[in-house]
Structures are given as C-alpha cells and as structure tokens.
Design a protein around this ligand. Structure first.
Ligand code: ADP
Ligand code: MG
Length: 335
C-alpha cells in the first residue's frame, strides 16, 4: 500500500472511530464499588448506545442503585471508570452530569413546595437561568401530565404524581440520558401503566436506563437488557438474543404411541438434535420425549415426519420458547 493510500485508510479509521465514540452514550469500564469489605459492584463493564432503552434488571440488593449512583457521579467508584456522552465521570463530572437526568429510587421532594415552585427551584439549581427556567418548567410539567397539579402542594400528591414530579425534575436541562431507578416502585397497576407509557414517550428523544426488578416492565419497553446479580453483570443483550441463546431454547416435547427404542434412535439422528431424553411412558403405550436441540433451531417438522414414517400416531409436539423470565432465572439462580 503506498503512503497516500495508507493515510487515507488511517483517516477513514479515525473518522469511524470518532463516530463510534460519539454514538456511545455510556461506557462503563471495570466499575467497582466496595463498602468496607463488602463488594456491592464487581468489575462492571458495559456500553449503552445513543437512543437505546436499557432495562437494568436484577433482584433486590443486586447492585443496581449502586451502579446508577456511580454513573451519575453521586458515588465515587472504588475502581474503574465510566463516561457519559464522552465525558469521564471522574475527570469531567460537571460536563458528564449535564447530560444526565436522574430520578433516584426514593425521589426526594420538598413537601411544602408547590409542584411548579419545586421544579423552578430545581431548574435554577441545575444552572438553568433566565427565560429558559420558565420554558423548561412548563415543558416538563406538560410532558409529565402535571398541568392539573402544578399548583398543588407536593405533600398532597399521590405516589403516582410524586413519581411524575421526579420524572419532570429529571427532564429539566433537557439531558440526553435519563437514569430512572425503579420508577414504578410502589405504584398501583394503573399508575404503573401510566408511568410506563410516559417513559415510552420520553424514550423517543432520550436514551433511557431504567432499573427494575420487574420483568414485564423490561419486556414491554426496553430494547436491551443488562442483568446484574450479586454485583456481577451476567448479560447485556437484546431480549431476543438472550432468549434464543438460552439453554432451554430449541427444546421440543414429543408424545407418540409405538416402540420406544426405534423412535429414540431415529430422532437422535436429526442433525440439530443433541440429545433425546425419555421423560415418561404410559400404560396405554404412549411415550413422552424431550429433544434437546441447538438453540435457535426448530426441529418439530423433522421430528413429526420421522414419527409418521415409523407409522406411529403423534398426539403432541411442542417447542419451548424461553421467556425473559427463563433467562433471568437461569442467570440469577443460586444452585
Ligand atoms: N452505603 C452502603 N453501605 C453499605 N452497604 C451498602 C450501601 N449501599 C448499598 N449497600 C449494599 O450493596 C448491595 C447492593 O445495593 P443496591 O445497589 O442498593 O442494590 P439494588 O439497587 O439492586 O437493590 C446491597 O447488599 C446493599 O445492602
Ligand atoms: Mg435499588
């Protein structure tokens, strides 16, 4: 390669590298947090791209809040680092925080303030000034459906409205990234649905990290899941990839009537099938088998054909489709 071409490729590489780093909203590298001798988060590394809606999923005590507090700069990591929109949380905390709207687990509100007063006060604290204060407060109130409550004392609000005030607060400053720590915690099903819809709307203009221990929440609104357990990141992927890669993926249950051995042998010869397991045999001559296949394969048609070729009746054939719950259980179980 001549020198000109070499320079051309180097330049191209640099441009694409800078595009990649610009798209990455959060880069966590080996984040670690110890409280005394107890390690709450161990060596957590993950990437979040612009526009993603991340479900940060883990059982109680898994280390979700601790991780989010490190990202927002409220808790210094014991080791490791993270950057938000390219700004390092330790070297450039003010710039990094400017890109974040944070809704903590227990939204701290001033009970004796009215909703608009509180948001006005919070906007000024965040360094918003002049005419922007009013504009942003009005917009946040609008977006969170708080118009009817704008003059209410915070102390008189229901939990659902308090969460909305917390969300409105997080929106002030128009941050790129919303970090919401268990935003639906303690709400009734109706309020949960409303907050979920609101988050879904907000995700059109923001990158969102939503921590939760509720699976259905993630399934409904997130396009990527990070699973954390006992301080360790167990997986980070789309729900679809997580479910197809699971051990249970591709498993097929078959029930037929006939001789057991020839059927098991014939089924084992199907290419994608790794193992044929005899589950049960019944007095009336029926047998139940489980076919363990490669994840992502569907062996039902081949299996049904083989049973038909043997001349055996088939009364049940079923492919197990793992849910996110299966993934969660598999990643966080203690045995
Ligand atoms: N300030 C602290 N001092 C000591 N231990 C803490 C502190 N904060 C959190 N922990 C512990 O760290 C673990 C993770 O907590 P947390 O991040 O709040 O979990 P999650 O948000 O997933 O429920 C828990 O065992 C918790 O008791
Ligand atoms: Mg928490």
């Amino acid at each position: 390669m001549n020198r000109m071409a070499g320079e051309f490729w180097l330049e191209k590489w640099l441009i694409s590298a800078s595009i990649i780093s610009r798209m990455s909203m959060v880069q966590a590298q080996h984040l670690h947090k110890a409280f005394g001798r107890f390690v709450a988060v161990k060596d957590a590394s993950f990437n979040i791209e612009k526009g993603e809606i991340i479900g940060f999923l883990g059982p109680n005590g898994a280390g979700k809040t601790t991780t989010l507090k490190m990202l927002t700069g409220y808790l210094p990591p014991s080791a490791g680092t993270a950057s938000i929109a390219g700004y390092d949380i330790t070297d450039n905390p003010i710039e990094a925080r400017r890109h974040i709207g944070y809704m903590p687990e227990n939204v701290p509100l001033y009970d004796d303030m009215r909703v608009y007063e509180f948001l006005d006060y919070r906007a000024r604290l965040k360094g918003i000034c002049g005419r922007s204060v009013r504009q942003q407060v009005v917009r946040a109130i609008e977006r969170c459906g708080l118009e009817v409550k704008r003059r209410s004392l915070i102390r008189t609000l229901s939990k659902g409205y308090r969460q909305r005030v917390g969300l409105a607060d997080a929106l002030l400053g128009e941050p790129d990234l919303l970090i919401l720590d268990e935003p639906t915690n303690g709400l009734d099903p109706n309020q949960i649905r409303q907050i979920r819809e609101l988050i879904h709307e907000l995700s059109e203009n923001h990158t969102v990290i939503l921590s939760t221990h509720i699976l259905s929440e993630v399934e409904m609104i997130c396009n990527k899941v990070i699973i954390i357990d006992q301080g360790v990141i167990k997986a980070a992927d789309t729900p679809e990839n997580l479910t197809t890669s699971l051990r249970a993926a591709g498993r097929v249950t078959v029930e037929f009537k006939g001789a057991l051995e020839p059927a098991m042998e014939a089924l084992a010869s199907i290419e994608a099938i790794k193992k044929v397991i005899h589950e049960a045999s019944f007095d009336d001559g029926w047998h139940s088998l489980t076919l363990r296949a490669e994840p992502g394969t569907d062996t039902r048609e081949r299996a049904a054909t083989i049973i038909a070729e043997l001349g055996y009746p088939l009364r049940h054939i079923y492919r197990h489709v793992p849910t996110l719950e299966d993934v969660f259980v598999e990643m966080t179980r203690r045995d």
